[in-house]
Write a protein that binds this ligand. Structure first.
Ligand code: ZN
Length: 88
């Protein structure tokens, strides 16, 4: 018998997102509920707070993701994620 372990994440579990700058590695962490819809003023910076790299595309992408997750929240949708093996 083979037993595989997975984490089952519901939409409501996906509440925080981090963005790592591709140029300098700086990381911004934020709550998805603070992400404004596309076209509205957003908590997501338009550029990296560390190196000023342009973050317009990732900002729009996260806004769309937030909208999609909000929409999916009406249904019984869950993500099955492989559980990392315990170390030691
Ligand atoms: Zn940066």
């Amino acid at each position: 018998m083979r037993v595989s372990k997975v984490l089952i994440l519901e939409i409501s579990d996906l509440n925080t997102i981090s963005i790592e700058c591709a140029s300098c590695g700086a990381r911004v962490l934020m709550s998805l509920k603070d992400v404004a819809p596309p076209g509205k003023r957003s908590e997501i910076p338009g550029k990296c707070p560390s190196c000023d790299d342009n973050w317009q595309e990732i900002r729009i992408g996260v806004q769309k993701l937030r909208d999609t997750l909000t929409w999916l929240g009406k249904y019984q949708v869950a993500f099955h994620v492989p559980k990392p093996a315990a170390k030691g």
